[in-house]
Design a protein around this ligand. Structure first.
Ligand code: GLU
Length: 599
């Protein structure tokens, strides 16, 4: 094992190093920022200046979202006695307007909810579904998978949006304030305008693929073809009307009638038409599922079950790491990167092979978390040597093939919000339209998702075995979104400890597992845990965040056999921790534009 300058006892030292690291990170990211603002799908590091953030402290409630206006919308709902789910709806309506590249009405969401009165966690699944007309060969051309970018910018990538139905279901179960009041802030902003943020402007600048879509071009670009600029006031009257209808008549106003027809028409009018139908929209149903909860040390860590792979991957990584000496090492030591990456390899190998929509495929979730199985897998982690590419385990005989997507970079899109209300109820919600600006099909003031490219583009693997995550009618594509809620198990009953989650595409499970570990095990406060330079492996190279002190660990890691890659990590983590004195501490990721605010 290599002695690292950072490998003496971790937490306090790491905290002291935080500002210095933040400075290093900012310098590195600023150096990259000149590089290429043009290609949003390949250069996400160019999008947001690294802005160090202070943790927000509060006694009663806290909201952390990806945009100050969305945080404020949630804050106002909480301040008038609203429930965490009410506040999440208000925030998400605002995000549809001000962070359109990431999420919105045209996309999906996973919402994890902690109910303080019962001490239980439940999961709401608003994942998009494949249209009834979708077949396994959807993304094939002459028998071969089409180019990923071509699949993205297409009517074929558009799944039936699910977010609004999930919010409606969660509100029907637990909401307190009238549904119709929750959209007021977003409607007013859509009518009167909002300032284009630095990040949105950077993602728009030179975005030829977005400008190629006429409706999107008319909204996001000027008549001369230049993109909307930072600080420009952008009005979205079409979204104001859509939201006002939804506020008045519920989600039915979106899934039926003129808005539904407009979505169907837009998808079918695309040069590469899709097959979304009115019946698909009318038939969409969100699902309430049992949360995936596992003990971890003195805690219970709850996450999203399949069709997301996020909860399972985070649970596996924490369990695997508990069998290693990781906790003894500093968070930024070569040893920590080594153990964390090895656990990631094992978890991502299983994820690739086994996880898909549980309504279509038997996902062996319990078997993959059995202590004996985890112990067998953990034994593959050596203290001094990287394992290379991990193979999936065999918790049960006869499991389906791996699926074969996934060498995509961490994405600049998607959004996560974490909210705790004055009664102690909590929401962790990750919402997405997949790539930045989704399919780029703009209708009714919002963008339609390209979530169906989260399916295996090829229905079979190289040996001809069917992929678990192949396209099937009505099926939900596998996700990595990992909204997470952690409870303490040490008191009289369960008590809230941590609410967290992240965007970031396939890297999400690594981002969330690292942050949970940093907060619970290394004892970093939530802001410091979020600030930590990102590392981990998705069963490819060991990834180290660009522009950070991690780059200096490369020689030590390579000597242990790690293939290293320096990558941008636009993690966008947002979290709230309940401190032992009952105070709430909110943290927002300095890599994006989010804000924590409480009272
Ligand atoms: N579509 C991705 C998923 O469901 C999320 C994309 C992102 O995080 O940027 O896992």
């Amino acid at each position: 094992m290599h002695a690292s300058p950072l490998s003496s006892f971790p937490a306090r030292r790491a905290i002291r190093a935080r500002l210095r690291l933040a400075g290093l990170l900012a310098a590195g990211l600023a150096a990259c920022a000149g590089a290429a603002a043009q290609a949003p799908d390949t250069a996400p590091e160019a999008q947001t200046a690294y802005t160090p953030k202070q943790a927000a402290m509060a006694r009663r409630f806290m909201a952390v979202t990806a945009h100050p206006l969305a945080t404020d919308a949630a804050w106002r709902v909480l301040d008038r006695g609203g429930h965490a789910i009410d506040a999440a709806i208000a925030a998400q309506a605002m995000l549809s307007l001000v962070e359109p590249q990431s999420s919105g009405l045209g996309g999906g969401a996973f919402l994890l909810y902690y109910d303080a009165a019962t001490g239980t966690v439940s999961a709401f699944d608003g994942r998009e579904t494949a249209p009834a007309a979708a077949g396994a060969d959807r993304f094939l051309e002459d028998g071969r998978p089409m180019e990923f970018a071509q699949a993205v910018d297409s009517g074929k990538s558009v799944g039936v949006p699910g977010m609004l139905r999930a919010l409606e279901l969660a509100h029907a179960r637990h909401g307190r304030q009238p549904w119709r009041t929750l959209f007021d802030d977003a409607i007013a902003r859509a009518r009167h305008g909002f300032p284009v943020s630095q990040r949105l402007a950077a993602l728009l600048d030179g975005n030829a693929r977005l400008a190629a879509q006429p409706a999107a071009r008319a909204y996001f670009f000027h008549a001369d073809g230049t993109a909307r600029r930072q600080g420009e006031i952008l009005r979205n009257p079409a979204l104001a009307r859509t939201l006002a209808d939804i506020a008045r008549h519920g989600a039915d106003a979106f899934y039926h009638g003129a808005p539904a027809q407009a979505m169907v028409d837009a998808v079918r009018a695309h040069p590469q038409p899709g097959d979304l139908s009115l019946a698909d929209l009318a038939g969409y149903a969100a699902r309430e599922r049992p949360a995936l909860c596992r003990p971890y040390r003195a805690y219970t860590v709850c996450g999203m079950p399949p069709p997301s792979s996020g909860g399972l991957a985070v649970a596996q990584m924490l369990a695997l790491l508990d069998a290693t000496p990781l906790a003894r090492y500093a968070p930024l030591s070569a040893e920590a990167v080594h153990y964390f990456s090895e656990a990631g390899r094992l978890a991502y190998a299983d994820r690739d092979r086994y996880v898909a929509d549980p309504d279509f495929v038997d996902v062996p979730v319990q078997a993959l978390l059995e202590p004996a199985y985890v112990a067998r897998r953990a034994a593959l982690i050596r203290p001094d040597r990287a394992m290379g590419r991990a193979h999936p385990g065999e918790p049960l005989p006869g499991a389906l093939s791996r699926h074969g997507e996934d060498d995509t970079p961490a994405l600049p899109s998607t959004t996560h919000l974490s909210i705790v209300d004055a009664e102690g109820n909590a929401v962790a919600m990750t919402a997405s339209i997949e790539q930045a600006f989704g399919s780029k099909i703009f209708v009714g003031g919002f963008l339609l998702n390209n979530e169906l490219t989260d399916f295996a583009l090829s229905p079979r693997d190289a040996r001809g075995r069917p992929a678990a995550n192949r396209v099937e009618p009505g099926k939900r594509p596998r996700s990595t979104m990992a909204p997470t809620i952690v409870l303490r198990r040490d008191g009289a009953g369960p008590a809230l400890r941590l609410v967290v989650g992240a965007p970031g595409g396939v890297a999400i499970a690594n981002y969330v597992a690292q942050t949970v570990l940093a907060n619970l095990t290394w004892g970093l406060d939530i802001q410091s845990a979020i600030d930590l330079p990102r590392y981990g492996s998705r069963n490819g190279p060991t990834e180290l965040e660009r522009g950070t002190v991690l780059e200096s660990l490369q020689p030590a890691l390579r000597a242990m056999g790690h293939a290293t890659a320096v990558v941008s990590s636009p993690s966008g983590l947002h979290g709230v921790e309940m401190m032992s004195n009952g105070m709430l501490r909110g943290g927002a990721d300095p890599r994006r534009e989010g804000m924590a605010r409480g009272r």
